[in-house]
Design a binder for this molecule. Structure first.
Ligand SMILES: C[S@@+](CC[C@H](N)C(=O)[O-])C[C@H]1O[C@@H](n2cnc3c(N)ncnc32)[C@H](O)[C@@H]1O
Length: 217
């Protein structure tokens, strides 16, 4: 169409215009969030771990591990810019709550801003190694689910072990720990028992999603 050709009135009216506008806004929001993610990767590559946020294929499959009828209290460790949180909130009941624990101050501020009007969400800018104390303060010990995006596979061994201990301490016998990782290595860790796992190829990088419970031994 030439620049002088008038637009047909139908093009700018009704649902087509609205959906184009919504799609455009969603694309813009996704671009801004990815930019933030990329900036934080540059600032701290080991802590953030991956170069892009989890893709919708992974967030959908991870949320599929959660039984939302039993998810009164959810914890998310390392939510980043909030891609899993948004997916979870779509299915979470109104009486449930989710506590986001994020170490990066820019991500934490972004999460606060993004979810300020959702009273199911609490954002805590802290290190997940203090998980048990944080949950005690928030009266959220023995949560139903702990969903973790922490990059265990690439972090230093002593930090990983400290985090595993904190997570296991915060879990009750019925709590479930869901994590997505590049390897299945942690599935035979002495503190946890693997319930099930799935491989999600459609992510960068492809990841294993694991559901674990606290080991009773
Ligand atoms: C691999 S990114 C995952 C981000 C997001 N969940 C996703 O799937 O796109 C890891 C996230 O964990 C956060 N993180 C790393 N170590 C942490 C710690 N000890 N406590 C809390 N958050 C941490 C990073 O800042 C980052 O947001």
């Amino acid at each position: 169409m030439g620049s002088g050709t008038p637009l047909s009135p139908g093009i700018l009216s009704g649902p087509i215009w609205c959906s184009t506008c919504i799609a455009g806004r969603l694309l813009l929001a996704a671009a801004i969030m990815s930019l933030l993610f990329f900036k934080r990767v540059l600032a701290n590559p080991v802590r953030v771990g991956y170069i892009v946020p989890s893709l919708p294929f992974l967030t959908r499959r991870t949320a599929g591990f959660i039984d939302f009828s039993k998810a009164g209290t959810l914890i998310e460790l390392g939510p980043g810019e909030g891609c899993h949180t948004r997916r979870i909130l779509r299915r979470m009941k109104s009486g449930s709550r989710i506590i986001l624990i994020e170490l990066d101050e820019c991500f934490a501020a972004h999460l606060e801003q993004q979810f300020f009007d959702d009273d199911r969400v609490t954002v805590v800018h802290a290190n997940a190694i203090h998980l048990a104390e944080i949950l005690e303060k928030l009266d959220a010990s023995n949560p139903n689910y702990i969903v973790s995006g922490l990059p265990f596979t690439i972090m230093e061994r002593s930090l990983r072990e400290t985090l595993f201990k904190s997570i296991a301490t915060a879990m009750g016998p019925d709590s479930r720990f869901i994590t997505y990782q590049a390897s299945l290595r942690m599935s035979d860790h002495e503190l946890f028992e693997l319930i099930r796992s799935e491989h999600c190829l459609l992510n960068v990088p492809p990841l294993h999603i694991m559901e674990l419970r606290k080991s009773l031994n």
